[in-house]
Design a protein around this ligand. Structure first.
Ligand SMILES: [Zn+2]
Ligand SMILES: [Zn+2]
Length: 293
């Protein structure tokens, strides 16, 4: 197996626990990719807390590279509850983009300052360092793993990531508004031919463009499932994974969206908490998707 992708949080904007969201899950963005013995984590929404609990069940040193797409609450608010960061001997690198007005490290530190949280980052006793990254960067993590970054259109900015190992690849592209002209063309090149595209499908086209009685959501920084299927066809994607589900979208509504999307692009799956995808492992199928139930 070259890449193993696990979904710990698939929801956008805010956590939505409750009966109507139990199938797809209510935790906010967190995706883990295991490759070549490395533990890569994309975003620290509330889903990262349960990932941390699972990591703590295994004895020995915990390590990981945590990549932040951006610093909106739904992508950082799980970090104070990520237990492995509190334990001496563990080792983590936190990757994010510094802005002119504020450094990535400051934002992460500040969310744990008094009175927002009772303990500060100074009480996290693992060995961790902050890594400032930029759009269009290529990061060589060793073990044949390459990470590439691409800046997408979102308020306050946001990075998409592509993880490559041998001939397998995954793109993590959340919080992105459909791009026009040259940037959309560049994005299509960034994702072209990838095995798995995890993509922000927060809205429907009707919600986004404001047809059928909805108020438009242009400028809110999110894409649609219809755009997901369009780019998947245009860029020869293996599987499209609908992600960053709208906060109040019920399981029933989300399943309807998944079925509609499959009619447009057959290899479409809506991300579920607990879903695991392996790439490059099985003898007959390159990509295997296992649902939690
Ligand atoms: Zn978000
Ligand atoms: Zn955002």
């Amino acid at each position: 197996m070259e890449l193993k992708v696990s979904f710990w949080g698939v929801r956008g904007s805010k956590p939505t626990p409750g009966k109507s969201t139990i199938q797809f899950g209510g935790n906010t963005s967190c995706v883990q990719i295991e490759a070549g013995g490395k533990n890569l984590i994309f975003d620290a929404g509330t889903g990262i807390a349960e990932l941390g609990n699972k990591m703590m069940m295994v004895k020995g040193k915990k390590e990981g590279d945590i990549f932040f797409s951006h610093l909106h609450w739904d992508h950082i608010q799980g970090l104070p509850f990520f237990t492995p960061l509190y334990c001496p001997g563990n080792q983590f690198r936190l990757y994010g983009e510094d802005k002119e007005e504020i450094k990535f490290q400051e934002v992460i530190n500040k969310q744990m300052n008094s009175p927002y949280f009772p303990v500060t980052m100074g009480m996290m006793k693992a060995d961790y360092e902050f890594m400032n990254i930029k759009p269009n960067q290529v990061i060589d993590l060793g073990e044949d793993i390459i990470i590439k970054t691409f800046e997408v259109n979102h308020p306050n900015g946001c990075l998409s990531y592509k993880v490559e190992k041998a001939d397998s690849s995954v793109v993590y592209s959340t919080d992105t508004e459909p791009m026009k002209g040259q940037r959309r063309k560049d994005f299509l090149e960034f994702i072209r031919g990838t095995d798995i595209l995890i993509y922000d499908t927060h809205f429907t086209d009707a919600e986004y463009f404001g047809t059928g009685g909805y108020e438009n959501k242009i400028g809110w920084g999110h894409s649609t499932w219809e755009e997901g299927t369009r780019i998947s066809k245009e860029a020869d994607i293996g599987y499209l994974i609908l992600f960053h589900h709208k906060e109040n979208r019920s399981d029933k509504e989300q399943r309807e969206i998944e079925l509609s999307a499959q009619k447009e692009f057959k290899n479409t799956i809506a991300a579920k908490e607990g879903m695991v995808i392996t790439i490059g492992g099985e003898p007959f199928e390159k990509v295997v998707i296992r649902n939690p139930y």
